[in-house]
Design a protein around this ligand. Structure first.
Ligand SMILES: Nc1ncnc2c1ncn2[C@@H]1O[C@H](COP(=O)(O)OP(=O)(O)OP(=O)(O)O)[C@@H](O)[C@H]1O
Length: 454
């Protein structure tokens, strides 16, 4: 594979020199002289590494670095004699830095080292299944979201994160934890609807030996694993009445009990919950405890759906493409203008997760090729006008929309349609969908995840 580098430098002489040297060293090159131009190149050229000048005509300082450091290695070009700048750049996630005037031998070494470290990191992340934990996006909505996260992270207040499926609620919860004083403690995520209620109760709160058949040992609960860290309760709207009652007690008194125990334990975990439902409405309708709703919603964060921050689509797409290709050791791939246009016009009922899935499928169809075209993306129904709420859950795409280029639907596309039609029929009730499909809830969740419907 030929790794690619984007040189972002407004001094034309230095820019030209860097491009020439790196090209000679065997890299594929693109260059930009402003931050606006750099953003465009990142979306279309998808470089493996960015060499970024700290002072650009339309952006000075570390804004650009913070924006892209989570997506790919960034080597900063800093001014001679400003050690502070270099230190700050590393703290903000730069892979390395070069001081001007640039020593050309050092240039190659630094770039090779940064690429190698990043490839290893990507491989490790893929093996752990958590490729790309950074919360990306520079739209006004995402900047506001980051601001809110910073504001509330340092207090211990309970936070309720609301947003559509796949919009990034779990990433917000992780960002909250990462910006809090608890960041070096555990972050424990629990999906409130993946398990049967009684099992879930012992999983969450722990149990005593002999509490039920099969409980042959005392076992600590996830709430204890979260100790002084953060307990993230995903899909809180799905928690059954027994769990709701116990959670209310934890929130009111900081106390809980193992299943089968007679004494209380104390919890110091910060509770962050998420839901894609209108919890207030459910509370008013009697499907969710009102007192618990008020406790949980001490502070509410709304995660905007992707269709309300279309400016982020190109950046996110480039991030998913870059991560996957790098981990596979393949050359970077670009998005054609048609493909990008198709992505930008879609209404994204499955939000960022759906975008990630569509890109992954496009990359499979692309194989070792280098440009993702509209055909690799497939038909995407532009849906309602920007800002229109989707029919939730997402409507099925027709077989002619499948990604099979020859027109024969794949098993994958049939599964997807079947799943979408059941979700529609049963109004998003996953338990019911799993039952009708004859698979376990877990299998149904995994399927939904794969198709971007969670
Ligand atoms: N701003 C973002 N930047 C990068 N990746 C993102 C962003 N938002 C979401 N993702 C990715 O999209 C996928 C879905 O995000 P996440 O699981 O946080 O969504 P969610 O709202 O919690 O979904 P659900 O409602 O199904 O629980 C994940 O792979 C996540 O890494």
């Amino acid at each position: 594979m030929t790794p690619s580098v984007l040189v972002v430098e407004d001094d034309p002489t230095l820019n030209g020199l860097l491009v020439k040297e790196l090209r000679k060293a065997g890299y594929e090159l693109a260059s930009a002289s402003s931050w606006r131009e750099a953003r465009e190149r990142i979306a279309t050229f998808a470089p493996n590494l960015v060499l970024l000048d700290v002072n650009l005509p339309d952006a000075s300082g570390f804004g650009p670095l913070s924006e892209i450091a989570g997506t790919r290695p960034v080597v900063m070009l800093t001014a001679y004699g400003s050690v502070n700048q270099a230190v700050e750049a590393m703290r903000l996630g730069a892979a390395d830095y070069l001081v001007k005037p640039v020593n050309l031998d050092e240039l190659e070494l630094v770039i090779r080292g940064a690429l190698e470290r990043s490839r290893l990191q990507a491989q490790r992340a893929l093996a752990r299944g958590d490729a790309g934990l950074a919360m990306l996006g520079e739209s006004a909505a995402m900047q506001q979201l980051r601001h809110t996260i910073r504001e509330v992270a340092l207090s211990d207040v309970t936070v309720l994160i609301q947003g559509e499926s796949g919009s990034g609620k779990e990433l917000v919860a992780q960002a909250l934890h990462g910006a809090s004083r608890r960041r070096s403690e555990a972050f424990v995520a629990v999906d409130c609807c993946t398990l049967q209620e009684s099992l879930f109760e012992s999983e969450l709160f722990g149990h005593e030996r002999g509490a039920f058949t099969g409980a042959d040992r005392r076992k600590a609960g996830l709430i204890e694993a979260a100790a002084h860290g953060t307990l993230f309760l995903d899909e809180i709207g799905e928690a059954g009445p027994a769990i709701q009652a116990k959670l209310l007690r934890v929130l009111e008194t900081g106390r809980f009990r193992h299943v089968g125990a007679t004494t209380d334990l104390r919890s110091d975990a910060r509770i962050v919950a998420a839901t894609n439902r209108d919890l207030r409405q459910r509370a008013q309708g009697g499907q969710f405890r009102e007192d618990l709703y008020y406790r949980l919603s001490a502070f509410v964060i709304h995660v905007p759906p992707l269709r309300e921050r279309r400016d982020d689509i190109a950046l996110l797409a480039a991030h998913f493409i870059g991560g996957r290709r790098q981990a596979q050791g393949l050359a970077p791939a670009q998005l054609s203008a048609d493909a990008l246009q198709r992505l930008a016009a879609y209404h994204w009922p499955g939000n960022v997760r759906e975008l990630r899935n569509i890109i992954e499928r496009a990359l499979i169809l692309l194989g070792p090729g280098d440009t993702i075209g509209a055909a690799h993306i497939g038909q995407l129904d532009p849906g309602g006008a920007p800002g229109t709420a989707p029919a939730a859950p997402p409507a099925a795409r027709s077989a002619s929309d499948s990604l099979t280029l020859q027109g024969e639907p794949t098993l994958e596309s049939i599964e997807r349609e079947y799943l979408a039609s059941l979700l529609k029929k049963y109004d998003g009730n996953r338990r019911k969908v799993a039952e009708v499909m004859g698979v376990s809830e877990r299998t149904a969740y995994r399927m939904m995840d794969r198709h971007g419907y969670r």
